[in-house]
Design a protein around this ligand. Structure first.
Ligand SMILES: Nc1nc2c(ncn2[C@@H]2O[C@H](COP(=O)(O)OP(=O)(O)OP(=O)(O)O)[C@@H](O)[C@H]2O)c(=O)[nH]1
Ligand SMILES: [Mg+2]
Length: 432
């Protein structure tokens, strides 16, 4: 049989081309292809699709969550004030469609309700953890679907958690540490000192370093602005030094000189929200919305969601490598799991059968014992009955004997009486 042509990948080395270590050749293009427009394609597609951003605000009732979100997006989201008398911590979830120039942003704001108002604050973090996990679960379920619809799917995973710290000036509350510790592996935490206008500048610096020391000593991981991207590395590393942000929120418009600014009016002057010498609001807004929104989303996907996904799939029995450290395919895992399940069913069936047989045997023994007991009782009764019959027979015999004797005596007495009558009659006749 004639041998067919061998389709082996041939490598032609060109001296001009650069040979990379992993055997991929880098070619220098000698004309226009058009793929330099790839970034534009991505930008256009992103603009068409719009963006989503999900913020979680955790902080005590009345700490300034709604005001800060309004100030960040320069919109009145018309959020009602919460009561201080909820028995449990809850979450208020609101989604808004915002537009800036031609960019659409689907913004979801999740705020705690009743946080810090309970006497027993131990489980206050639980509803937050449950909510964050539930969003990961929903995304995982979408990923695992046969027919996925990621274009229409509203990704509700939390991209950032703004943690509002009370401006006490002393230290973090134990509730702050417990909550942050429980959510730091699930969400990017950015700590904020709320209502920073209520602390003096000196105290604020001390408070900031106290908070950072407490977070470090308690092993709480907060979000670090990335320093591996040349364009943002410098500004991000200087911002990391500044954490936690000391923020002031206000939608009030105040006149300063000839300008109208947003700020808070005090007898001693005006605190301008967007003045970087007055507070860190602008820095927070720039970091959150201008510079690092994509990184926050990326971290959510590749770090926090990945962690959730991995542990969930591991719990379900999926793995990348087998016991011999060899990669295993999904099909192999499925087959192994199916076999394991089948074996388990078999084992349980055997166990059930064995238990059933044991029960039957036990019942059989019990029945036999009961039967024997009944038999013995029957024999006893039978004997007693026979004894009774014999006794009665004896009595009957005795009675019959007595009757016979009686008749004998009766006959004798009648004979005697007849003789007596005859004798009397004879005597009478003789006397006559
Ligand atoms: N001094 C000062 N007051 C603020 C600041 N931010 C908000 N407030 C005031 O604090 C009060 C509560 O603010 P909200 O924004 O409603 O607080 P919240 O955390 O959303 O409250 P709930 O949703 O009810 O839990 C309001 O009277 C605000 O004007 C701030 O930065 N400084
Ligand atoms: Mg509110």
């Amino acid at each position: 049989m004639a041998e067919g042509p061998l389709h082996m990948p041939t490598q032609i080395h060109d001296d001009e081309d650069i040979q990379k270590e992993d055997n991929i050749r880098c070619l220098t293009t000698r004309g226009h292809f058009g793929f330099e427009c790839l970034p534009c394609q991505l930008v256009n597609r992103s603009i068409q699709q719009g963006f989503t951003f999900n913020i979680l605000c955790v902080g005590e009732t009345g700490i300034g969550k709604s005001t800060l979100i309004d100030t960040l997006f320069n919109t009145n989201l018309k959020d009602k004030k919460s009561s201080h008398f909820y028995s449990n911590v809850g979450l208020k979830i609101q989604t808004y469609e915002l537009q800036e120039s031609n960019i659409q942003l689907k913004l979801t704001v999740v705020k705690t309700v009743g946080y810090g108002d309970q006497i027993n604050k131990e489980a206050s973090y639980q509803p937050i953890v449950d909510y964050v996990d539930a969003q990961f679960e929903a995304y995982l379920q979408e990923e695992l679907k046969i027919k996925r619809s990621f274009f229409e799917y509203h990704d509700s995973r939390i991209h950032v958690c703004l943690y509002f710290i009370s401006p006490t000036g002393h230290s973090l509350k134990s509730l702050d540490l417990v909550t942050m510790k429980n959510i730091d592996s699930k969400v990017n935490i950015i700590p904020l000192i709320a209502k920073a206008d209520t602390i003096s500048k000196n105290d604020l610096q001390k408070f900031k370093s106290k908070i950072m020391n407490e977070l470090i000593s308690n092993g709480v991981q907060i979000y670090q602005f990335p320093t591996d991207d040349g364009t943002t590395a410098q500004v991000n590393s200087s911002i990391n030094e500044l954490l936690p942000f000391a923020v002031v929120g206000s939608m009030e418009e105040v006149k300063v000189g000839k300008r109208i600014v947003r700020g808070r009016h005090y007898p001693w002057g005006v605190l301008q929200v967007e003045n970087e010498n007055h507070c860190d609001f602008v820095k927070l807004r720039d970091m959150l919305l201008c510079t690092n929104m994509e990184n926050l989303k990326e971290q959510t996907h590749i770090q926090h969601y990945e962690c959730y996904r991995r542990s969930k799939l591991q719990k379900m029995g999926f793995t990348d490598v087998g016991p011999d450290n060899h990669p295993v395919s999904f099909q192999e895992i499925y087959e192994t799991k199916r076999q394991e399940f089948y074996d388990q069913c078999q084992k349980e069936e055997e166990e059930l059968k064995w238990r059933f047989m044991q029960r039957v045997k036990e019942k059989e023994i019990t029945f036999k014992e009961a039967e024997k007991e009944l038999q013995d009782k029957f024999e006893q009764l039978k004997m007693a009955q026979q004894e009774e019959i014999m006794k009665l027979e004896e009595e009957r015999r005795q009675l019959e004997e007595e009757i016979r004797d009686f008749y004998k005596m009766k006959a004798t007495s009648e004979t005697l009486r007849a003789q007596l009558c005859t004798n009397i009659k004879k005597d009478k006749d003789r006397k006559k």
